[in-house]
Design a binder for this molecule. Structure first.
Ligand code: NAP
Length: 295
């Protein structure tokens, strides 16, 4: 029998494919850069010499991001910012410019998400997820783009997405709709701003479990089987793999890549079966009882 070994493990955290100092003198803003994948992306830019600006709401997340980048030795500014508020974003960019000059790279990583059957979703839950994930991404992108157009300088934007932008996301209809908008925005703005030297790309993680996942998300994962055998790669992602992809996209070696969304998921989103397993409703997958209008 041919052994199924899955895709090989990546090199360990700390290794880099790009030259040391690739981002020396450059400043990278990462929204939500104090936790999980945002912190991993910020760390890879930091290892390559970038100054980092981490923008999010919670002081404990900002402190965690500052600590991680401090260990790497990267200069870092943390700024409290709610990406739903354009004024808050403008203030964060002012602080970034005061400290490091106009940021060269923006990574729109911050997002909100939790699983919920559509019939149980409150209008407020829908609005909140769309407001953070889609509107917040646009507001940050707009702030970055306007500053570069005014200054006549090039820049690079990376929007972190999700593969249910293409497929739909049962149980995550708010986030999936918002991420579809984020992917579409990449395509519009890459064309609009290419003439001004601004590159716009998307970056889609597959399954990258991490210790900062919210209880809602990790609880959802806990309901499923062991994760590795459910992936074509026979393993989940290691967070440095996403960080390496982000640094490549924003590096001088990725300059002609724009309007593209790069999926880093070991082909999981392409997965289809020859035979279909029985359908299980989102309610049943989440262990919810029958729906009633009193819910
Ligand atoms: P996470 O740990 O939950 O991080 C979300 C971050 O967004 C937090 O740092 C949070 O910081 C920030 N944030 C949330 N609302 C904000 C707001 N209104 N203003 C500013 N910042 C806000 O998530 P993650 O797993 O690292 O995911 C990072 C990105 O990857 C997201 O775009 C997510 O959709 C995408 N993704 C992740 C996976 C995965 O397997 N992990 C898979 C597919 C896609 P504060 O709470 O401090 O504001």
């Amino acid at each position: 029998m041919t052994e199924m070994t899955g895709l090989p493990a990546p090199p360990p955290v700390g290794e880099t494919a790009l030259k040391p100092g690739t981002f020396a003198g450059q400043t990278v803003v990462v929204t939500g850069g104090g936790t999980g994948l945002g912190k991993a992306i910020a760390s890879e830019f930091g290892r390559l010499g970038a100054n980092l600006v981490i923008a999010s709401r919670k002081p404990e997340h900002l402190q965690a991001g500052a600590a991680a980048l401090g260990e790497i030795g990267a200069p870092v500014l943390v700024v409290g910012c709610d990406i739903r508020e354009p004024e808050s974003i403008a203030a964060a960019f002012e602080a970034a410019e005061d400290r490091f000059g106009l940021p060269d790279v923006l990574v729109n990583n911050a997002a909100a998400n939790f699983p919920v059957p559509a019939e149980d979703m409150s209008p407020n839950a829908w609005r909140t997820v769309v407001d953070i994930t889609l509107n917040g991404t646009f507001f940050c992108t707009r702030e970055f783009g306007r500053r570069h157009l005014a200054a006549g300088t090039p820049g690079s934007i990376i929007n972190v997405g999700a593969s249910y932008a293409w497929t739909g996301g049962p149980g995550f209809s708010h986030s999936a709709a918002a991420k579809a908008g984020v992917k579409n925005m990449v395509e519009s703005l890459a064309v609009e701003w290419g003439p001004y030297g601004i590159q716009v790309n998307g970056l889609v993680p597959g399954l990258f479990p991490h210790e900062d996942m919210t209880d809602d998300i990790s609880g959802n994962l806990d309901r499923t089987h062991d994760k590795d055998p459910c992936q074509p790669a026979l393993r989940v992602g290691e967070r440095q793999e996403l960080g390496w992809a982000a640094t490549f996209l924003a590096s001088p070696y990725g300059r002609f890549i724009s309007g593209h969304t790069l999926v880093v998921d070991g082909a999981n989103w392409q997965r289809r079966s020859l035979t279909n397993p029985p359908v299980v409703s989102v309610r049943d997958q989440m262990g919810r009882g029958d729906f009633t209008l009193d819910d």
